[in-house]
Write a protein that binds this ligand. Structure first.
Ligand code: PRP
Length: 216
């Protein structure tokens, strides 16, 4: 009996940059997620399907077995906590960084002196909390789900913690990157039970991805 494999991906850079790795595993996604409203996409291999979920939901889908395997950013993995996930491979794709950014006219050095308080808006509350705790800065955390750049511009927060890739979004909103917290890339994550029950087909995909990951 052929075992069904469900792969969780998010639309955008992760999807686009996973396609060559899938090709190396002999898998072609048969529909373009930018053109279709479908959330389950067939592939050239009848036993493999792709489910499209929000980037932050990939670890959750794989943890609970809604998907057997997935591609998740390190940012999403840290915020999720990583429970129930086997993480065999850093894919080296969708690279960016998590940084602190403020308005150009904001005195960040003064604001983060030991014992100070800072209002921080972010989607990445775990990463931000750990980072400022290490610096000894008290943080009033404001959880947002998107458009973080607006927070310092409207007075909602002093600083944001967000993903930066080209820096264009910060520049367009007159914000400056004042600290880089960590480098981000996407990782392959596998459901721990599926790894045992569907060992052969999953191992084939993991091995093909491993031999195709971009080298620095
Ligand atoms: C991320 C991030 C920034 C932008 C940075 O958003 O939140 O807004 O990319 O990229 P840049 O430095 O190249 O301008 P993303 O497009 O991932 O969508 P999101 O707003 O849903 O997080």
């Amino acid at each position: 009996m052929t075992q069904q494999i469900t792969l969780a991906l998010s639309k955008g850079r992760i999807f686009d940059e996973t396609l060559p790795l899938l090709a190396a595993a002999g898998i072609e996604v048969l529909e373009d997620p930018e053109k279709s409203r479908k959330l389950i996409l067939p592939t050239s291999r009848p036993e493999v399907r792709v489910v499209l979920v929000r980037a932050t939901d990939v670890p959750t889908y794989v943890q609970y077995g809604g998907a057997d395997i997935g591609v998740a950013g390190k940012d999403s993995l840290i915020e999720h906590g990583g429970q129930g996930l086997f993480r065999p491979l850093d894919l080296g794709i969708a690279k960016c960084r998590v940084s602190v950014a403020v308005r150009a006219d904001f005195d960040y050095a003064q604001a983060v002196r030991q014992g100070a308080r800072l209002k921080v808006a972010t989607k990445y509350t775990s990463i931000a909390r750990d980072f400022f705790a290490t610096k000894g800065v008290h943080v009033d955390m404001i959880k947002l789900y998107g458009s973080m750049e607006l927070a310092p511009l409207t007075g909602l927060a002093d600083a944001i913690v967000d993903l930066v890739s080209t820096g264009n979004t910060l520049k367009a909103n007159h914000l400056v990157e004042v600290e880089q917290i960590m480098d981000i890339s996407s990782h392959l994550v596998v459901n721990q039970a599926a790894l045992k029950l569907k060992q052969a087909p999953l191992k084939r995909i993991i091995d093909a991805f491993a031999s195709a990951v971009p080298q620095d």
